[in-house]
Design a protein around this ligand. Structure first.
Ligand SMILES: [Ca+2]
Length: 405
């Protein structure tokens, strides 16, 4: 089906079906940009009410801008703080001293130590992976991903090596992305940003840079077979590219049933996006967008749709400023199984989306406007562990209100 046909069919469907099924979306205020969606439920999906009131308690406090969290196989979690520290958080929330051996980071503006993940072969090699703003020459920096071996006593990492360094380096300490996730087949997906400036954002369309990209590398950083741009004439950067045309991707998760990569990115005003990532695909930034620039000017062509560029599966207008996301898998919120839980920085809180295949069917929001949430993990009992990204931040344990005592 061509885009036009599917658009027409979608419009026809909404004409016929909308009056019968129309439900109000989540209350979210006036749009920033107000584009028409390309298909039904691409934005402002019907509001859901799961009857849950979330309550948050401080699980682990005194963290400075906590940014990434991941569970350790034998209990506890790794937690990063953006100024450059990584700690072990035990099952009762006790924090260790900072792990030694991590590289220097550029902790300016949005830069610093960012995501962390326990490697897929940790049981054999004790390898952990993280992303960070790597200091480069002349005060510049680049999004990088590194790995190292976590000592048995969990106090230091050794054999540290970068597996990805964004190119070129940038003078702008903004829009670094970044997340790292594994596909279970020996690859790491690393998400980046385009460093925000008017000149650099154009690189999101340039395959010879790794700005505004999802890259795919083997666990040792080499370029694996099957990347889309590995012909003989291609640059080193292009060989790493999996998808392009992204703005600032701070959320990534592998769909538990399809194994497909999904990402979420900070858009301009009105243009935060949820995307299903296909290799060799252009996601449009900064040519098309559902948002407008924060100064009110239109983005790129001024359109939200263009042939040859992928549509987001969902977008938010007004924005939610999305951090990371997780497909929920737990018992505490049984009705949410398989739903996407998304960290919102602004207005702040948790956004839940239900999906039917690749289509969003409903949206619900929790604790909006209370705190800036950067990342979410699911505890063994199904509770949410949410990173409150603040100078006096914390890991918050979120449970249904009736369980809070
Ligand atoms: Ca896009």
């Amino acid at each position: 089906m061509t885009r036009q046909t599917s658009l027409f069919a979608g419009a026809l469907f909404s004409l016929i079906a909308a009056p019968a099924v129309a439900q109000d979306p989540v209350e979210q205020g006036a749009p920033n940009a107000g584009f028409e969606p390309a298909f039904e439920n691409q934005t402002r999906a019907p509001a859901m009410d799961s009857g849950v009131t979330l309550t948050a308690s401080e699980f682990s406090g005194e963290l400075v801008h906590p940014w990434g969290i991941d569970a350790l196989p034998n209990g506890g979690w790794l937690v990063t703080e953006r100024p450059g520290r990584m700690r072990v958080m035990s099952e009762d929330g006790t924090l260790s001293d900072p792990i030694e051996g991590l590289p220097e980071v550029l902790a300016e503006r949005q830069g610093g130590l960012l995501d962390v993940k326990v490697g897929p072969d940790f049981a054999e090699d004790r390898m952990i992976y993280w992303t960070y703003a790597k200091p480069m020459e002349n005060g510049e920096s680049a999004t990088a991903a590194a790995r190292g071996v976590l000592s048995e006593d969990r106090t230091e990492v050794t054999e540290v090596e970068d597996i990805f360094v964004q190119s070129p380096s940038s003078p702008s300490p903004m829009h670094y992305g970044s997340r790292i996730v594994f596909d279970g087949e020996g690859h790491a997906f690393i998400t980046t940003g385009e460093h925000f400036t008017q000149e650099e954002r154009e690189f999101a369309q340039d395959l010879d840079t790794t700005y505004g990209k999802v890259v795919r590398v083997a666990l040792d950083g080499t370029v694996p077979e099957g990347n889309p741009y590995t012909g003989e004439a291609r640059s080193d950067a292009a060989r790493q590219v999996w998808s392009y045309g992204h703005r600032n991707v701070q959320g990534a998760a592998i769909h538990p049933e399809t194994g497909q990569l999904w990402t979420i990115e900070h858009g301009p005003a009105g243009g935060d996006e949820l995307n299903r990532i296909e290799p060799g695909t252009n996601y449009g930034w900064p040519v098309i967008s559902y948002g407008v620039n924060y100064n009110g000017n239109e983005v790129g062509t001024g359109d939200a749709v263009q042939d040859g560029m992928a549509q987001p599966r969902y977008y938010w207008d007004p924005v939610i400023a999305p951090g990371d996301m997780v497909f929920y898998d737990g018992e505490m919120f049984g009705d949410w199984q398989g739903d996407l839980l998304i960290a919102s920085l602004s207005p702040g809180g948790i956004v839940r989306l239900s999906l039917d295949g690749d289509t969003v069917t409903g949206e619900e929001r929790f604790m909006m406007g209370e705190r800036r949430i950067r990342d979410i993990a699911v505890a063994p009992d199904g509770a949410l562990l949410a990173l409150w990204d603040d100078p006096n931040g914390a890991v918050l344990r979120m449970t249904p209100e009736e369980m809070s005592n």
